[in-house]
Design a protein around this ligand. Structure first.
Ligand SMILES: [Zn+2]
Length: 385
């Protein structure tokens, strides 16, 4: 795998075409079989791939076209996991009042959210991403990034005390099996030749930015949490155990961790705010190569250098339609070059363009123009040497 200086990439998701959105609805209603759905999704993946290639991405993804969102798709792949709507969860949780209050603070209708909930012993019935990687690699020569929900996010999301505790008494118990499943997946991806694996752990910001505030952007935050420092230490240990099998010899993919502040609304005032400073000590403890972070939105505050890690630098905001100019991006990168060597800087948007299937933050056309602006900026930076 060879990547140029300032590799241009995405954080994962790409806006899905109408045809695919219809196929998702039909699949949920049981009107479309898996083969038929896959045909539609295959076309969407290839379109997302070509759009990235034409815009100048050096490291491509499948746009997460087959996933309903960045983490709940695992319910289709794992035994012991069942999709529950929030209203179904309301039926089982003991603290109904607290839960109802929390639902009221979400600005999305509760019935529209579904949570992958652990209802039995979890097992990998089929790979989470290996087949998607193999499909993509048959259609491109470019290095590929595969995104996976991180072990802390998955554990937090899936462990719903009232239904999970008979199988896994604590969420730490469930974490053991989540680690095993992600290890299997990452080793399979390594053997298949993946260039980059990104673990998505957006819920880490929720631990440090919402003290005393229940407003949140995903169901994962519904699970009871302990002291934030304890939770963050738990998250670090899960991540380090997931990447442990890759520490030996052999060609290993670049391992990144993506942490953001929510990507479900174009109204920036409703999303979490705060710098990465409180997370920096935990970032340092993670045995990963790269931190894929938001820096285009002012909500992320100033740049926080973390020694020894490369940076997937957020240089465009996926939620606003205005396209950042190449020169703006160059200026931003040059500020960061005061802290990080050039070979350790990747360029990406702050987050995906369509984290949730039906809530794309921009059109595919705008996404492509933003990637093209990043590619133009990368060319200027490379020419400066
Ligand atoms: Zn994100």
């Amino acid at each position: 795998m060879s990547l140029p200086l300032f590799p241009v990439t995405t954080v994962g998701s790409w806006p899905r075409p109408q045809e695919l959105l219809r196929a998702f609805s039909q699949k949920y209603r049981g009107e479309l079989g898996r083969r038929e759905f896959d045909h539609v999704a295959d076309r969407a993946v290839i379109a997302a791939l070509r759009a990235q290639e034409q815009a100048g991405a050096d490291l491509v993804t499948d746009g997460e076209q087959r996933r309903d969102n960045f983490y709940s798709f695992v319910a289709d792949k794992l035994d012991g996991v069942q999709m529950m709507t929030l209203s179904e969860m309301l039926d089982v949780v003991e603290d109904k009042q607290g839960f109802a209050r929390l639902l009221a603070t979400l600005d999305v209708p509760a019935f529209s959210i579904r949570n992958p909930t652990c209802v039995g012993r979890i097992r990998r019935r089929e790979p989470l991403a290996l087949e998607d990687f193999e499909f993509l690699s048959r259609h491109t020569d470019r290095p590929i990034k595969v995104t996976l929900p991180g072990p802390y996010l998955l554990t937090r999301a899936m462990w719903v005390k009232e239904v999970s505790r008979t199988i896994y008494p604590t969420k730490e118990d469930l974490g053991e099996d989540v680690v095993r499943i992600l290890c299997e997946e990452i080793v399979a991806l390594q053997q298949a030749g993946v260039a980059f694996v990104q673990l998505d752990e957006p819920v880490l910001t929720e631990l440090v930015f919402t003290q005393g505030n229940t407003r949140t952007f995903m169901c994962a935050a519904l699970a009871a949490r302990k002291d934030p420092a304890e939770e963050l230490a738990f998250a670090v240990s899960l991540i380090n155990r997931v990447v442990e099998p890759l520490q030996g010899d052999g060609v290993r993919p670049i391992i990144g961790v993506h942490v953001c502040r929510g990507n479900w609304s174009q109204d920036e005032t409703t999303l979490l705010r705060g710098s990465y400073h409180p997370l920096a000590p935990y970032f340092r403890q993670m045995n990963v190569d790269q931190l894929v972070l938001e820096y285009a939105t002012p909500r992320a505050g100033e740049f926080v250098p973390v020694d020894g890690k490369s940076i997937g630098l957020g240089v465009v905001n996926p939620r606003v339609p205005e396209v950042e100019s190449a020169q703006q991006i160059v200026t931003r990168v040059e500020e960061v070059l005061a802290h990080v060597p050039a070979r350790q800087v990747f360029l990406n948007p702050d987050c995906g363009f369509a984290t949730f299937t039906s809530r794309a933050m921009n059109s595919a056309d705008v996404a492509a123009v933003k990637i093209a602006a990043m590619a133009e900026a990368a060319a200027i930076l490379r020419a400066k040497g």
